[in-house]
Structures are given as structure tokens and as C-alpha cells.
Design a protein around this ligand. Structure first.
Ligand code: 15L
Length: 267
């Protein structure tokens, strides 16, 4: 991979990756709907609104691989999710295909499967169970990835990211925490491993409390270094300050499940 495009450069993950991916690939083009405040000298950047195909075509031109972090990263109104994550994701894959990009790593989310209960360990070969419009958009992105992989030959890796950060911040995050350096490993597998056709990995570190079976990622050489248990005491202290959440505490997606929940209302 010579030239990489990373969308979502101004977001939390993108901002961190701008430091961690420095020097990993010869040329990295960063993009977002707005210019990051802390763009470093020498970082190549182009503004693009993912909902506008003409703008997306400009950023994908001439790249070998894409890390697609762009879009709206939490639950939002339908119109916001539709533009940023549904139309935006379609434009990204379609433009990548037209420009003969070889690989796409798609930042999916645990919220594509957030309505699985916490007492069930899940792998990647089961039906999606989104917990939000946001989660639906991530499931849609995974489906698009499969379409472009099997129909058009793009190598696509979907990362169902848990919670990205320096440490797990509560009890739920002890199960789903992703250390930034571990995300870099997963991205590099997606961009470089010779056998990727269409793969789904959980974006999680080596967490003892995990709800996810991430053996598919390990099959491709993933060796996470982060261990959520090292931070258990602090995470549980933070948890003690949160009130109980009878719905969110049952399901993997936590508060995304609680938000707007009214399953007791029969339709
Ligand atoms: C996500 O998908 C979000 O992008 C992030 O902001 C967190 O809410 C994370 O999931 C999580 O589940 O903790």
C-alpha cells in the first residue's frame, strides 16, 4: 500500500491515528467534512462531504487503500444518519470501486450487534441486531462492504469497534475496550494481509470480560496488547458513580439500547 486515504480525520479516532500512522505508509491523505484544528505541518488533507459523490470521487482518486472512519459516530436524527452514514458510506464504496481502489477498512461498530445480551458470547457469523439508527447504518456499511467485495473484488475488512481510548472508562468498557495501538494492528491487517476478501473483526483488545469471540482476527495474526483488566479498579469506581440502567445493563450496546426503548409498547 503506497497511498492511503483516511476519512474522519478530525474525529476522536482520526485525531489519534494521525499520530499513530505517521510513517507507516509512504503517503497518507486525510479527509473530513472540516479541517482538524491540530493538523500538523506535512499532513496532507482535503475537505470532503461524504454525502456529495463528486467530493468523494476527488478524495479517492489515486489511492490504493482506504480507512473509512468518516460519518456520524453516535445515535442521531434519521436525516443526519442518512446523509453521513448511509449515503456517505455508499458514495465511499462506489467511488472506491470506480477508482479501482484495492482495499477498504470500514469502521463499523459494536452497535451493529448491540441488542445481543451481555451473557451471550458472540462471534462474527450471526445476524446483526442493531441498537440504534446509528447501529443500522453500521450494519448497512458492512452489507455494502460484502457487496463490493464479492461482486467487484474489493478487499474489505469491517471492524466492529468497541470503545476506543487509553483506558476502559466503566464496566461495559471492560468488555469492549480497544487500545489505540491495537486498532492500528487491525487496520494494518485489513490493508496488508494477502488473504483478505471480506472479513469482520471485533475492534477490541485482549479483554478478559469480553462478550466477543475475536478468533477471526487472531486467525489473521492479530495479537492485541491492551488488557482491560489492568484498569478494572478505576473502571469499577467510575461505574459506581453511574446509576443502574435496567435496560442498558442487560445488553451489549448499553445506553444505545436504553435510548428511546419502549419494547413494552406492543405495536
Ligand atoms: C461507538 O460506536 C461510538 O462511536 C463511540 O462514541 C462509543 O459510544 C462506543 O461506540 C461505545 O459503545 O462505547
Amino acid at each position: 500500500m503506497e497511498t492511503i486515504l483516511v476519512t474522519g480525520a478530525a474525529g476522536g479516532i482520526g485525531t489519534r491515528l494521525r499520530k499513530l500512522l505517521k510513517g507507516v505508509y509512504p503517503s497518507i491523505l486525510w479527509s473530513d467534512i472540516r479541517k482538524p484544528d491540530d493538523l500538523a505541518a506535512g499532513e496532507k488533507f482535503m475537505v470532503a462531504d461524504l454525502a456529495d459523490m463528486a467530493q468523494v470521487e476527488k478524495i479517492v482518486a489515486g489511492v490504493d487503500g482506504i480507512v473509512h472512519l468518516g460519518g456520524f459516530s453516535v445515535e442521531g436524527p434519521w436525516q443526519t444518519i442518512l446523509n453521513a452514514n448511509i449515503i456517505g458510506c455508499y458514495n465511499l464504496f462506489e467511488a472506491a470501486y470506480r477508482a479501482k481502489v484495492k482495499r477498504v477498512v470500514f469502521a463499523s461498530s459494536n452497535h451493529a450487534v448491540g441488542f445481543y445480551p451481555r451473557n451471550q458470547k458472540i462471534g462474527v457469523d450471526l445476524r446483526v441486531r442493531p441498537d440504534s439508527r446509528y447501529g443500522v447504518s453500521k450494519a448497512f456499511g458492512e452489507a455494502l462492504g460484502a457487496l463490493y467485495a464479492y461482486k467487484h473484488g474489493l478487499s474489505v475488512t469491517c471492524l466492529r469497534i468497541g470503545n476506543f481510548g487509553d483506558a476502559p472508562v466503566d464496566q461495559r468498557r471492560l468488555a469492549i475496550w480497544l487500545k489505540p495501538e491495537d486498532l492500528v494492528q487491525l487496520i494494518r491487517i485489513g490493508l496488508e494481509h494477502p488473504d483478505i476478501v471480506f472479513e469482520t473483526f471485533y475492534g477490541a483488545s485482549d479483554n478478559e470480560a469480553a462478550w466477543w469471540d475475536n478468533s477471526n482476527a487472531r486467525r489473521f495474526g492479530y495479537k492485541p496488547i491492551g488488557k482491560a483488566e489492568d484498569y478494572r479498579a478505576a473502571a469499577m469506581a467510575a461505574q459506581a458513580k453511574l446509576g443502574p440502567d435496567p435496560i442498558g445493563d442487560k445488553f451489549q450496546g448499553g445506553p444505545f439500547c436504553t435510548d428511546e426503548y419502549d419494547a413494552g409498547r406492543k405495536v
